[in-house]
Design a protein around this ligand. Structure first.
Ligand code: SAH
Length: 252
């Protein structure tokens, strides 16, 4: 049995109870050493074998899984944040499907949630934005042209950019040419929920300079949109005394 587990975005106590239990019971752990908190390995059994996938190819990861399976062992494949975002899990699951190896999947706290918490921010403010665009700038990994940052910028929704901290000059240009005003508020969140977490507020036109001034070159998310200012919104209907919901009658 293979368990794909979301480790959460940093702090070890952000893993789910289910994920922790899977680590405690695993015979083999393959963890993404670049971003998974090594403290999580403290939950493993004494004789559990550990592999750091940062130094491995897909083929090598699969080899470890297939061998463990032959030995009737339980493997945890520990991915950073939530595995569904930039996790490269489909290519692993496809081979396991081919080989008839059983697996399941335990979600985790993605860094885009960790970043909102670091900023004490609500991404979806009434009248400001009701959508979150999660994307990345095209770099060494291409992004389909129809999903360019420029094209999403036209919506001026809240946008969270992964994997783009090294490309901020290009990000600024795309955001502004796409539709955000240059003075639209933006935030850079470095290592959300880690002890050295850092948050900086700037504007769309000062993203590159702000990252440089703060020595932030990786492990950061860029959050863009008027929601970053956390002001100018309309209060919710859900908690409005004049609004009837499934659970509560409006006061008359
Ligand atoms: N599956 C992960 C994302 C993996 S891609 C998730 O759900 O968060 C790796 C990118 O995620 C990094 O380049 C960075 O942009 C972002 N990232 C991961 N952990 C982060 C953290 N703690 N704080 C800020 N950004 C983070």
């Amino acid at each position: 049995m293979i368990h794909f587990v979301g480790a959460g975005c940093g702090a070890a106590d952000l893993i789910t109870l289910r994920g922790k239990k899977m680590i405690e019971e695993a015979d083999v752990i393959i963890y993404a050493g670049s971003l998974v908190n090594p403290e999580l390995l403290g939950f493993k059994k004494e004789n559990c074998e550990v592999f750091n996938s940062a130094k491995m190819t897909l083929e090598e990861v699969l080899e470890v899984m297939i061998r463990a399976e032959k030995e009737k062992k339980t493997t945890v494949r520990l991915h950073t944040g939530d595995p569904s975002l930039y996790g490269a899990i489909r290519e692993q699951m496809d081979v396991l499907d081919e080989k008839g190896i059983e697996y399941d999947y335990c979600p985790g706290v993605s860094s885009f949630c960790g970043a909102a918490a670091a900023l004490k921010m609500e991404y979806t403010l009434p009248d400001i934005s009701q959508s979150v665009v999660i994307t990345r700038m095209a770099g060494r990994t291409p992004v389909p042209e129809r999903e360019s940052v420029r094209s999403f910028a036209a919506h001026q929704a809240t946008m969270v950019l992964f994997l783009s901290t090294g490309l901020l000059e290009k990000v600024e240009t795309e955001l502004i040419e796409g539709g955000y005003a240059p003075d639209t508020p933006a935030a850079i969140v470095y290592k959300a929920s880690w002890p050295d977490e850092k948050t900086v507020i700037c504007t769309v036109s000062t993203l590159a300079r702000t990252a440089q001034e703060n020595n932030i070159t990786k492990t950061a998310l860029i959050i863009v949109g008027n929601a970053v200012s956390q002001s100018g919104y309309r209060r919710s209907d859900l908690y409005n005394p004049d609004f009837t919901t499934e659970f509560r009658q409006a006061r008359r």
